[in-house]
Design a protein around this ligand. Structure first.
Ligand SMILES: [Zn+2]
Length: 446
């Protein structure tokens, strides 16, 4: 048992002053109430005091590709297909198992320092079969990161052969990993199927991913309508049907589906998403960086589509923070609509926390009794958080709009400190830097 005692805690839409948060040895929040009262009731519990900090739920990153961080800065400012071919397609076939591990370690560590406590890694380097997946899991375990392995199902032969699997193999491997981890790891590791996209997974692969998600009781993730070329291709090949329309024809548009991006959708398609309970992983920075376009978020909100936030891969963003994406969703949509109220800071914060938890099917994203203890501690003395007025709500506005990474001091995942006073607990940063340098040196020599 451990009691956290921050100056403020943001719990279920309100700020409490001098509260205690009791976390049990399984990483579950058992009680939230006045600190002194809690201490008197549980005198044996260890106490961790967060002086002058506000505790908020950690960021839930619903879409990322961890290995891509090793390609950050390569092929910047290029059109999408050129960016893809010069960075992803060039480097990913060269990666060893250790490179995959180092990429994930680097990515998750940076993210953690930015306050992310749960990440969905959409992972498609199948060079070494499930051995590659275990490298991602190893990195998450070493750092104490909560991981959703969105194991990609990919059978388009225009990509490097290292991505490609048969339908049978993709299903078997994903199911095997899901059986090994789901429901058995205090929710630290979850595996779910992710047919890559309409341009990189065959219709049968997509249907198989949907079937498997139903069987496992998870969602399946799929990139949809990120780029115009995909929509045009689908229309050309399927009698003028648009992307969601075609997916509906395949019978997969339901509450098991979470699409990523959804930039080019018709109003009818967004309406259908709302009616069927389809979720959206929105990656505003990535859509800007890669010149994709702007998803119609106000329309998604109006149609009750559950929206979470993703950083996407770190060579197409190129930052790694969900708090950053909260800021981006709000200010980008304001610019696109000339409506200052189209996405407010509360909605943006929810997208990066509780909505993400719901989309990933995990009890995370809110600080509430019965949920997992995943927290970020924000330093109220950081210049980017000032001023704090009598109106405590202003803290939330500052977290979304002005917070800089320097303000994130502590991170707790499943009750355990993973970043403390700005320092990563699972690995020394020096060692990490060394590993990244060595990895890139070897990769570039190939
Ligand atoms: Zn992606």
């Amino acid at each position: 048992m451990k009691i956290f005692n921050p100056k403020y805690v943001y719990t279920s839409n309100e700020f409490l002053n001098d509260a205690g948060i009791l976390v049990d040895d399984d990483g579950i929040i058992r009680k939230i109430c006045d600190f002194q009262e809690l201490k008197a009731k549980y005198p044996q519990a260890e106490v961790e005091t967060w002086k002058n900090m506000v505790m908020v739920p950690g960021g839930v990153n619903v879409h990322n590709h961890s290995f891509q961080i090793l390609l950050r800065g390569i092929a910047a400012d290029r059109p999408f297909l050129e960016w893809r071919d010069k960075s992803l397609y060039h480097y990913s076939p060269l990666m060893t198992k250790e490179d995959i591990y180092v990429g994930a370690l680097f990515c998750f560590a940076e993210m953690m320092k930015r306050g992310v406590t749960c990440v969905s890694d959409f992972f498609y380097l199948h060079n070494f079969g499930t051995d590659s997946d275990y490298e991602i899991i190893r990195a998450a375990k070493d750092l104490g990161m909560r991981l959703v392995l969105s194991r990609t199902m990919y059978d388009w032969d225009g990509a490097p052969s290292e991505y490609v699997e048969t339908i049978d193999r993709a299903v078997k491997s994903t199911k095997m990993l899901a059986d090994e981890f789901n429901g058995k790891t205090k929710d630290m590791i979850t595996v779910l199927p992710s047919p890559h996209s309409l341009h990189a997974a065959s219709p049968d692969m997509i249907v198989a991913g949907h079937e498997l998600a139903k069987e496992l009781g998870t969602r399946f993730h799929i990139h949809v309508a990120e780029e115009k070329f995909e929509v045009e291709q689908v229309m050309r090949e399927h009698n003028g049907l648009s992307t969601i329309e075609y997916l509906d024809k395949l019978g997969v548009v339901d509450e098991h589906m979470m699409i990523i991006h959804g930039v080019y959708l018709k109003p009818e398609e967004i309406k259908l998403m709302g009616e069927r309970g389809v979720g959206l992983a929105y990656c505003p920075s990535s859509n800007m960086f890669l010149a994709d376009g702007i998803t119609n978020i106000p329309d998604m909100i109006q149609n009750d589509v559950l929206i979470g936030l993703g950083t996407d891969g770190a060579c197409g963003n190129n930052r790694n923070s969900v708090f950053e994406e909260m800021r981006m969703v709000s200010i980008l949509q304001k610019a696109a609509t000339c409506d200052a109220m189209c996405v407010n800071y509360k909605q943006a914060f929810d997208m990066g926390t509780i909505n993400g938890g719901k989309l990933l099917g995990l009890p995370v994203g809110d600080i509430k009794e019965g949920m997992r203890a995943d927290f970020a501690g924000i330093d109220l003395d950081d210049l980017s958080m000032l001023p704090i007025s009598e109106n405590l709500e202003q803290m939330l506005a500052n977290i979304v709009y002005s917070l800089e990474p320097t303000a994130v001091k502590n991170v707790v995942i499943n009750g355990k400190d993973t970043v403390h006073d700005g320092i990563i607990c699972g690995i020394s940063e020096e060692e990490l830097v060394e590993k990244v340098r060595d990895t890139m040196k070897a990769l570039n020599a190939k």
